[in-house]
Ligand binder design. Sequence first.
Ligand code: GDP
Ligand code: MG
Length: 440
Amino acid sequence: LSDRLTAALQTLTRKGKLSDADIDATAREIRIALLEADVALGVVKTFIARIKERAKGAEVSQALNPAQQVIKIVNEELVGILGGETRRLNLAKTPPTVIMLAGLQGAGKTTLAGKLALWLKKQGHAPMLVACDLQRPNAVTQLQVVGERAGVVTFAPEPGNGVGDPVDVARRAIAEAKHAQHDVVVVDTAGRLGVDEELMKQAADIRDAVEPDEVLFVVDAMIGQDAVTTAEAFRDGVGFSGVVLTKLDGDARGGAALSVREVTGQPILFASNGEKLEDFDTFHPDRMASRILGMGDVLTLIEQAEQAFDQQQAEKAAEKLSSGQLTLEDFLEQMLAVRKMGPIGNLLGMLPGAGQMKDQLAQVDDKHLDKLQAIIRGMTPAEREDPKMINGSRRLRIANGSGVTVREVNDLVNRFFEARKMMAQMAGRFGFGGGGGGSK
Ligand code: GDP
Ligand code: MG
């Protein structure tokens, strides 16, 4: 795949606009990548359609070629769908928090119960495990073993009573947790090899008995395409508030993550990646996106290209700064760049000697920036190079053209002259622009 992509990246040369042909060519590669990652076909289709829409509206980047740009959009969209920032576990206002695990047999529920318990313990909680899988003879012992390994208490039906009632066990476990002051209860349930109604009914009954704060649908990443039907069955049969992907240490590309997320809309909270209790982490959407795309190298390349471009821009600006040749065009560019980077105050706090500019720039909110942008865009290129040439009548024209008052135009021009002076001084002081600094 990456060979094909490299070829695609080379044939698509830099152009002014993202053309439909550019987008289509890259979208084909993305489609193959997603299918190879075992994303369900229906999900691939809607996803690609959305990407195409977004790519069409995108302004062309100067740092990236069109193929890279489409891939960047795809990656951002994937990270967004997979959850953006990781969602945290919902904890109950009044303990105990009840977490119920649901999923097919072999999905990794019991193993996960131990992992969760250890993880919760490390966070300062006092978890208790509850054995509600009374279906398989060994299930209770298996949970007790992982509980012991994690160093937590396991609540299980007394042995020798024959097959117990999981709902009854669940109910008694919650009472015991309250009594023994366990603040989190993890309820392990039974699974079948395939979705069946009896299983769903039992899980739903346990759910009703324990009123969980979270029902986690545990799904084996290796089941690929089947993830969709399984997730739908559990969504309809039991309902769940979050997803845990297991067996990510295998070679599955993780398409199940995208499918489950797209189809059910529920967030993925955790990832399991091995048989040991420590092989467990909160879910990282960015890592999963990169795994699904299978284009780690390309993504790195994109990042590097953007960084290199930013650096070029910064160097150019620094050069101009130190020679006192800052133009309004640069001023605008800098403002837009700063805006892209986030809160201006934070950023300036990191600059040495920028204290005086801080107050001034702190007032620059988005609306204000839009205005400044409109004013500067209303000037001729020559005026942007040398604002000194803007006389009274031109100021009036610019003000009318950009829907502001003459005073606002004056303000901007004056502020610009001030900033230019200040920056030239700063540049001299800190020696921006290499050899130029300080010589006179
Ligand atoms: P359950 O039926 O849903 O309770 O699943 P189990 O917890 O019993 O796990 C089924 C099998 O998968 C066991 O052999 C586990 O050791 C294994 N397993 C569970 N989670 C993982 C994982 O993240 N990676 C790997 N490689 N194996 C896992
Ligand atoms: Mg189990």
